[in-house]
Design a protein around this ligand. Structure first.
Ligand SMILES: C[S@@+](CC[C@H](N)C(=O)[O-])C[C@H]1O[C@@H](n2cnc3c(N)ncnc32)[C@H](O)[C@@H]1O
Length: 283
């Protein structure tokens, strides 16, 4: 058994979506470098038509819309009504964007119409990833591009590795399948390549991206560690693992997780390692 066991449950149109919405600003800060690397790999051009898969509150949809300009169009699709509402409310009046609340795995999409399928961490939650990617590929023009960023394994990502290892002796780990739908479903590079090939994509490139994440911020070191702890308790695998635990267990977990974050460097933030794949492919 790995020392990082992650419960795979995600209720994006319920609790997971609510937690994501409540922590948008800090999540956007945490994910910024990853999103920018995916946008660079996608290299959207003026007049293109783009599908942003699992677009959430639209953080990646808006820069894509700027890149395609008035002659292009970006459709953001997300399964969370709450996040789609936030995205719609934030959309500039003149932006060529549209948001739709739908399951990207099955949503009715115009055949052969997009130049680019893009995603920032929104494609790891499909029950049947081959069927989902094959479905979305049908909406891509011949020769069109796929570009997305997804997490590598939980073991390589401190934002989950540190807190989950810290509570290992406090909360009984639930044995899980590392390939089950969830943030780390695509941690195995070969499995991801096989999924995309089976879905009909070609020229598949899966490149590692390692960055230092500023997880938690504050005007002092203490504040930053507290902020990192609060964030881990609010959103992600630790939050899910502790959701139904009694107060005394949560308190013990809080002490252990705080200690783990406090060991990491950083003056006004907690600097931790983050590991993702930047994935590109063609139709
Ligand atoms: C980790 S969040 C990323 C959100 C956004 N792309 C960002 O970077 O801020 C994953 C997103 O994928 C969405 N999602 C999960 N499964 C989906 C599906 N089958 N169809 C559409 N969206 C989905 C969730 O609702 C959530 O907004």
């Amino acid at each position: 058994m790995s020392d990082v066991e992650i419960a795979p449950t995600h209720d994006w149109n319920g609790d997971s979506g609510t937690r994501w919405a409540a922590n948008l600003a800090r999540l956007d800060m945490m994910l910024e470098d990853f999103g920018n690397a995916a946008l660079a790999a996608a290299s959207a051009r003026p007049d293109e038509h783009i599908l942003d898969i699992g677009c959430g509150s639209g953080t990646s949809t808006f820069p894509l819309a700027e890149q395609v300009g008035a002659g292009g169009h970006v459709l953001g699709v997300d399964i969370s009504e709450q996040l789609v509402e936030i995205a719609r409310a934030a959309a500039p009046a003149d932006a060529a964007v549209e948001f739709r609340c739908a399951d990207a795995a099955t949503a009715a999409l115009p055949a052969g119409s997009f130049d680019l399928l893009f995603s920032r961490f929104g494609v790891m939650f499909f029950d049947d990833p081959v069927a989902a990617f094959a479905h979305m590929r049908c909406a891509l023009k011949t020769g069109g591009r796929l570009a997305f960023v997804c997490w590598r394994g939980a073991q390589e990502n401190d934002w989950v590795r540190l807190p989950m290892a810290a509570i290992r002796d406090i909360v009984e780990p639930v044995p899980t399948d590392p390939t089950a739908p969830g943030p780390f479903a695509f941690g195995d590079r070969q499995r991801l390549a096989d999924i995309l090939a089976a879905a009909g994509f070609t020229a598949i490139d899966i490149a590692p991206l390692d960055t230092t994440i500023s997880y938690g911020r504050g005007s002092t070191r203490e504040e930053a560690v507290d902020d990192a702890l609060d964030m881990a308790f609010q959103v992600g695998p630790l939050a899910r693992a502790l959701a139904d635990q009694p107060a005394d267990i949560r308190e013990k977990a809080s002490v252990a997780v705080r200690e783990a974050f406090a060991k990491r460097p950083g003056a006004t933030s907690v600097l931790i390692d983050g590991a993702a794949w930047i994935v590109t492919a063609r139709n």
